[in-house]
Design a protein around this ligand. Structure first.
Ligand SMILES: [Zn+2]
Length: 841
C-alpha cells in the first residue's frame, strides 16, 4: 500500500490568516491565505496541501516563489535556502464550488415555492485542502483568523463569534474572532438565510439551533433543550469547561453523514437535529438526542484533545459513541438507553466483528483515501464504544471520570495516541490498562466463551468467534467474565480453565452485557437459563442478551438455527420494548431460510403473528394517555411483526388509517409501517405516484424518510424499477439519501435481484457521484448484507474483484465476500432443519 508523507514533519504551521470570497451564483470562490510556521530543516522546498485549487501567486518571506503540483494533493513551493525556523508563506488561490458534499458546497431547498441555497463546508477527513492551501493533518494544529466575503443579507457562521461585520460594495465582509489552536478538519462555515432559537448554559455559553426558513420554528425547541443541558452535563462530568464562547448547531438540507462536530459550529442532517412536535416520532427524538450528545462530547474529545493521526480515529469516535449514552442516560433516565445500547451498538458490533477480514478498532492508515473506510460504524463507533464501556466497568465509573479529567488537563489543545488515554486511566485506577486493552483494540474479532459443567467442575475456554469462512486463529483476549456467581474468576486470560464450584448459584457470564464476547453454554446450563426466562427471573437486559447470543451463535454454526424456533416460545410473555426488538430480529434471522419456500414462509409469518398477538392486543394502534415512551416505541415493533405475519385485521387497520387521514397526521411512530402496508398490499399504481409527489414536496425530513421506507416495501417489479430510476433523479432524491433508498430496496425480498442488477448497471454513476464521499463503500457493503445465493456470491466476486485496488473500497469488498459466503453456507447447512421445525408448528 502506498504511503503518503506527513507534511508536518517539514513545516509546522502556527497561525493562518485566511480571507475567502464565496461567489455563490458564479459557483466559484477565491482568496488569500497567510501561513505562519516553522520549517524543521534546511531545504529548498516546502509542501502544503492543495486540491482542485488554481494557485494564482505564492510568496515566501515576502519574496515571490515558484510552485508546482506534486503527488497526493501536495503543492510544492520552491525557494532557495529555506532555513530551519520561522517563515511566512502567502498564497493567492481560486476554486470551484461543486455539488459533491465536501469542501465548500451548496445545499438546496425550497421555501414558499422559491428555490434557495445555503453554502456549507465539510472538511473531515481531508477536505480543507479543497478550499484553501494548508497543512491538512490533524496534528498540524494552529490558530485561525478568518474573514469571509459573501452576499449581503445572509447569516454568516464560523467556528467563533463574529468580531466585526460590514457591507462593502454590496457585499458582506465578516471577520471572526481568532480560534484557539485547532485542526483544519474541524473548521467550518455556513452562510445563507437561516433562523434560530437561542439559550444559555449555566456557565454562560450561548447555544443556537439554526435551520432554513422552510423549517418551522417549533422544530428547533427539542434540540435547543438537549444541547444546552448536554453542555451543562459535560461541563460537570469532564470537570473541564466547554472550551469556546458559543455552540452553534445547524440543520443542513444536504449533508453526507449524520452530523459533523466542527468546533463551535456543528452541522447536521435535518433529520438528525429537527424535531417537529407534530410529525416527529419518539424514536426519532431519542435518535436526535444521541446525535447531539455525540457531537457535543467531541467538542472535548476530538476537538480540545485530538488524535495525532487517523489510525487513532477510534479515540474520537468510540469515545463519543459511549458518551452519547452516558449523557442521554443522565438527561433522560426513563428512556433506559443502556437497553438501546444493547440492541443497537452491541448487535452491530457483534455481527460485523465476527467476519474474517474486518478491521481492528485501531488500524494503520497509509493513504488519505483509506480514511473514509475507517468510519465503519460497526467497528470504530459501536465496537469501540463497547470496549470503552467494558473498560469503564473494569476500572469503575469514578476512576474512569477522574482519568478523563486528568487526560483533558494534560493534553488540552494538543494531540494524543491511545497510550495517552491508557496512562491517564492507569493512574486513576491503579490498574495496568494498556495490558488489559491492547489485545481488544489492536486485534480484530472477539472470543466465544465456552462454558460447561460436569459435577461441580466448570470448564471455561475461549476461541475467536467467526461467522463464515476464516483463517485459523490463535488470538486470545483477557476476558472480564463479569459473572454474578461469586466463585468465578474476574478475568480469563488463558485459553481455558477448570473451576470448582463452591455454591449452587445460577451460572451466567457477561452480566450487564458490558464486555465484548458471547457465551456458549452447554445444553444443561442453557436449559436452566431458559427456565429462568420463562419464570420471569431475568432482567430485560439479560433476556435480550441470551436471545441475541443464541442468534449469533446460530449464524456461526455453533448452535443449530432450528433451535431458535422453540427458544422464541420461551419469550411469549415478553412485554419489554428492547427485548421485542431482539424478538423481531430473531424472526428476521429465520427469514433467509424460507426464501422460495412458500409453505415454510407462511408458517414463519404465522409464528410471528402468534408471538406478537398478546402485546398487539395490549398496545392497540393508538397512544394511551400517560403511557411510557418505551411502550410508544414498542407499539411500532409489535405492529411491524403483526404486519409481517400478514394478520388480516392489522392490514385492514393500516389501510383504514391511510385512507382517513393526511400523511402528516398519521401517527409518526407508525407512519412508515402504514405506508409500507398500503404500498405492499394495495394494487393501485397511483399510490406510488402520489407518495412520490408527497416525497418531493414536503420539507419534513422525517416524513420523507417514512415515505422512502414505505415505498421501498413494494413487491411490484415495475414499481421497483421505477424507484431505482427515481433515485438517480436529484430533483426528487437528494444524493445524501441515495444509499438509504438503495439499501431498503436491496433488503426487500422482492427487490433484491433487481436492485443488485441495478448496482452493477449503474456503477459508473455511483462512482461519479459518491467516490469522494464517505458513503461510497456503503454500496458494496449493503449489497453484501443482502445477497443470499451462491450465484449472487459469484456475481459479487466477479463484479467487485477488479475494484479491490481502490483504497476506499478494498475492505468492504473483502469483508463482503466473507459475509455473503458465510450466509450462503449457513442457508445450505440449516435451511432444511429450520423448515422441518416450522412444519411441526
Ligand atoms: Zn463522531
Amino acid at each position: 500500500m502506498q504511503t503518503v508523507s506527513r507534511l508536518i514533519e517539514q513545516f509546522i504551521p502556527t497561525h493562518y490568516q485566511l480571507s475567502l470570497a464565496m461567489r455563490r451564483t458564479e459557483r466559484t470562490f477565491g482568496g488569500t491565505v497567510t501561513i505562519q510556521g516553522n520549517s524543521t530543516d534546511l531545504a529548498e522546498t516546502i509542501a502544503v496541501h492543495a486540491k482542485d485549487l488554481v494557485i494564482e501567486s505564492v510568496t515566501f518571506d515576502g519574496k515571490e516563489a515558484q510552485w508546482r503540483a506534486g503527488e497526493n494533493d501536495e503543492l510544492i513551493i520552491t525557494h532557495q535556502d529555506i532555513t530551519p525556523g520561522k517563515h511566512v508563506i502567502v498564497l493567492g488561490f481560486n476554486g470551484k464550488i461543486t455539488d459533491a458534499m465536501h469542501g465548500l458546497y451548496p445545499c438546496y431547498y425550497e421555501h414558499d415555492g422559491v428555490k434557495k441555497e445555503l453554502l456549507a463546508t465539510q472538511f473531515e477527513s481531508h477536505h480543507a485542502r479543497e478550499v484553501f492551501p494548508c497543512i491538512d493533518e490533524p496534528e498540524a494544529k494552529a490558530t485561525f483568523d478568518v474573514t469571509l466575503t459573501t452576499e449581503e443579507n445572509v447569516t454568516v457562521l464560523g467556528n467563533m463569534p463574529v468580531e466585526r461585520q460590514a457591507t462593502e460594495d454590496g457585499l458582506l465582509v465578516t471577520t471572526f474572532q481568532t480560534t484557539p489552536r485547532m485542526s483544519t478538519y474541524l473548521l467550518a462555515w455556513v452562510t445563507g438565510e437561516l433562523h434560530r432559537k437561542t439559550a444559555t448554559t449555566k456557565s454562560g455559553v450561548e447555544v443556537n439551533i439554526w435551520a432554513t426558513p422552510a423549517q418551522r420554528p417549533e422544530s428547533l425547541d427539542f434540540a435547543l433543550d438537549i444541547a444546552t443541558r448536554t453542555i451543562d452535563f459535560f461541563d460537570e462530568y469532564f470537570d473541564t469547561p466547554y472550551p469556546l464562547p458559543k455552540s452553534d448547531h445547524v440543520a443542513l438540507p444536504d449533508f453526507s453523514s449524520g452530523a459533523m462536530e466542527n468546533w463551535g459550529l456543528i452541522t447536521y442532517r435535518e433529520v438528525a437535529l429537527l424535531a417537529d412536535p407534530a410529525t416527529t416520532s419518539v424514536s426519532s427524538k431519542h435518535y436526535i438526542a444521541t446525535v447531539i450528545a455525540h457531537e457535543l462530547s467531541h467538542q472535548w474529545f476530538g476537538n480540545l484533545v485530538t488524535m495525532k493521526w487517523w489510525n487513532n480515529l477510534w479515540l474520537n469516535e468510540s469515545f463519543a459513541t459511549l458518551m452519547e449514552y452516558i449523557a442521554v442516560d443522565a438527561l433522560h433516565p426513563e428512556w433506559n438507553v443502556w437497553l438501546d445500547f444493547a440492541t443497537m451498538e452491541s448487535i452491530m458490533a457483534l455481527r460485523r466483528d465476527s467476519i474474517d477480514g474486518v478491521q481492528a478498532v485501531q488500524v494503520d492508515v497509509h493513504h488519505p483515501d483509506e480514511i473514509s473506510t475507517l468510519f465503519d460504524g460497526a467497528i470504530v463507533y459501536a465496537k469501540g464504544a463497547r470496549l470503552l464501556r467494558m473498560l469503564q466497568t473494569y476500572v469503575g465509573s469514578n476512576a474512569f471520570q477522574t482519568g478523563l479529567k486528568d487526560y483533558f488537563a494534560v493534553h488540552a489543545y494538543g494531540n494524543t495516541e491511545g497510550d495517552d488515554l491508557w496512562n491517564a486511566l492507569s493512574k486513576a485506577s491503579g490498574k495496568d490498562i494498556a495490558g488489559f486493552m491492547n489485545a481488544w483494540i489492536s486485534q480484530s474479532g472477539y472470543p466465544v466463551l465456552h462454558a460447561s459443567q460436569k459435577d461441580d467442575i466448570v470448564t471455561l475456554s475461549q476461541e475467536q468467534f467467526f461467522v463464515g469462512p476464516h483463517q485459523p486463529s490463535e488470538k486470545l483476549w483477557p476476558i472480564p467474565l463479569n459473572s454474578p456467581a461469586a466463585d468465578m474468576p474476574e478475568v480469563l486470560k488463558e485459553k481455558g480453565a477448570d473451576i470448582t464450584r463452591t455454591d449452587a448459584s445460577l451460572l451466567r457470564f457477561n452480566d450487564g452485557d458490558t464486555a465484548h464476547f458471547v457465551t456458549q453454554y452447554d445444553d444443561h446450563l442453557l436449559a436452566k437459563l431458559i427456565d429462568e426466562v420463562k419464570a420471569g427471573n431475568l432482567s430485560p437486559l439479560d433476556r435480550l442478551q441470551l436471545l441475541h447470543e443464541q442468534t449469533i451463535l446460530a449464524r456461526g454454526g455453533n448452535v443449530r438455527s432450528a433451535q431458535l424456533i422453540p427458544l422464541l416460545d420461551a419469550y411469549k410473555q415478553e412485554s419489554t420494548e428492547a427485548v421485542w426488538d431482539i424478538l423481531g430480529l430473531t424472526i428476521g434471522e429465520l427469514k433467509k431460510f424460507v426464501i422460495d419456500d412458500e409453505p415454510s414462509e407462511k408458517k414463519l409469518r404465522a409464528l410471528a403473528a402468534k408471538l406478537a398477538h398478546a402485546q398487539y392486543d395490549r398496545l392497540d394502534w393508538t397512544t394511551k394517555d400517560g403511557e411510557s415512551e418505551t411502550d410508544t416505541k414498542m407499539r411500532a415493533t409489535v405492529i411491524g411483526v403483526m404486519l409481517y405475519g400478514e394478520d388480516k385485521e392489522a392490514i385492514a387497520t393500516a389501510f383504514d388509517l391511510y385512507r382517513n387521514s393526511p400523511l402528516e397526521q398519521l401517527d409518526a411512530e407508525l407512519r412508515s409501517l402504514i405506508i409500507g402496508t398500503v404500498v405492499r398490499h394495495g394494487d393501485d399504481a397511483s399510490i406510488i405516484d402520489s407518495l412520490l409527489e408527497a416525497y418531493k414536496t414536503t420539507s419534513s425530513a422525517d416524513l420523507k424518510q417514512d415515505i422512502c421506507s414505505g415505498l421501498t416495501s413494494t413487491k411490484n417489479e415495475p414499481a421497483i424499477r421505477k424507484l431505482l430510476d427515481v433515485i438517480k433523479d436529484e430533483a426528487i432524491v437528494r444524493p445524501q439519501d441515495v444509499a438509504r433508498w438503495f439499501v431498503y430496496l436491496i433488503r426487500n425480498r422482492d427487490g433484491r435481484v433487481v436492485a443488485w442488477q441495478w448496482l452493477q448497471d449503474n456503477w459508473d454513476w455511483i462512482e461519479k457521484t459518491f467516490s469522494g464521499d464517505k458513503s461510497y463503500d456503503d454500496f458494496p457493503r449493503y449489497a453484501a448484507g443482502s445477497l443470499v445465493t451462491r450465484e449472487e456470491l459469484e456475481e459479487f466476486r466477479a463484479f467487485f474483484t477488479p475494484m479491490q485496488e481502490v483504497p476506499a473500497l478494498a475492505r468492504a469488498i473483502t469483508v463482503g465476500l466473507s459475509e455473503i459466503e458465510g450466509r450462503v453456507d449457513l442457508i445450505e447447512r440449516d435451511a432444511r432443519a429450520v423448515r422441518d421445525e416450522l412444519a411441526k408448528l
